[in-house]
Design a binder for this molecule. Structure first.
Ligand SMILES: [Fe+2]
Ligand SMILES: [Fe+2]
Length: 284
């Protein structure tokens, strides 16, 4: 049987979230080498040899929001991003701190204004929103941020828009994470309804989840630092030593988020392209 034609994405993004980088010589929670986890993610992407349009780091870049951790992350990105040939976009999370982030990553004035910006990527608009509330774990977008977003989205982008922010506008089955989600998501829903936003990319929960807001898909990626248990822990919270990230393929009228395990383990079997082609009438 011949296969259906496989559409080519216009853009492929890599979303890495919840890095929780700590200063050199320290371990996160005393036992997790988050820097090694980030390296493992970049190793895997590099080895895959795929064309990456942009890498989105969707918040909780550091554990404590300290300058030293941002400088450590900056040195890592300066070395590794050119090898992927892709820009790296930084998003604020609740563990981050706006002043040290700006100083450590960009040598910018340590302003405490929300870190909102637009990055254009061959016709694709990536809108980065700062959903952090200084001093709190919960998320919130101000009226000013929503007005800025509405003005930006008033003009559609040639290849559509992907919106990213740290806090999911979705409940989580884990009550703790649900309690730390984006507050008043209906205000954001009003702004994005009917816009060219193809997908909203979030982190924060440390577990993957999919949902929707105003009919627009919302993807919550698994974290690079550790994953949170999602069965039997509705009223508690537990992390386990695993990680995940996401590839996001953008097509002319939709986007697809596909999780990638941080350390996928051994291959059990493999079917080479020529054998697939033989089985399916010449089309692998
Ligand atoms: Fe996190
Ligand atoms: Fe978070």
């Amino acid at each position: 049987m011949a296969l259906l034609p496989a559409p080519e994405p216009t853009h492929t993004l890599i979303q890495l979230s919840d890095l929780h980088i700590v200063p050199e010589g320290q371990l996160f929670h005393g036992n997790i080498d988050t820097y090694a986890n980030l390296s493992a993610a970049f190793d895997q992407i590099e080895a895959a040899g795929i064309a990456v349009s942009a890498v989105v780091l969707s918040g909780d870049l550091t554990e404590d929001g300290d300058l030293e951790s941002y400088q450590r992350l900056r040195a890592f990105v300066a070395e590794r991003a050119p090898r992927l040939g892709a820009p790296v976009l930084f998003v604020m999370g609740n563990h981050d701190s706006r002043g040290p982030l700006r100083e450590g990553l960009f040598d910018a004035e340590p302003s405490t204004e929300p870190l909102d910006y637009v990055y254009w990527c061959s016709g694709l608009r990536i809108v980065v929103l700062d959903s952090s509330e200084p001093g709190h774990g919960t998320g919130l977008l101000t009226e000013e941020q929503l007005a800025w977003l509405a003005a930006e989205l008033a003009t559609p982008a040639p290849a559509g828009t992907v919106l990213t922010m740290h806090h999911p506008p979705l409940p989580s089955p884990i009550q703790l994470m649900s309690g730390l989600r984006l507050a008043e998501p209906e205000r954001l829903a009003k702004v994005i309804a009917g816009s060219d936003v193809r997908m909203i990319l979030c982190g924060h929960a440390h577990h993957p989840s999919g949902g929707a807001l105003a009919g627009i898909p919302v993807w919550v990626t698994g974290a690079v630092s550790y994953l949170s248990r999602t069965l039997g822990y509705d009223h508690g919270f537990a992390g386990y030593p695993a990680g995940a990230f996401t590839r996001v393929d953008v097509y002319p009228d939709q986007a697809v988020a596909t999780p990638v395990p941080l350390r996928p383990g051994d291959t059990l079997f493999e079917v080479p392209p020529e054998l697939l082609a033989a089985q399916h009438g010449g089309r692998p």
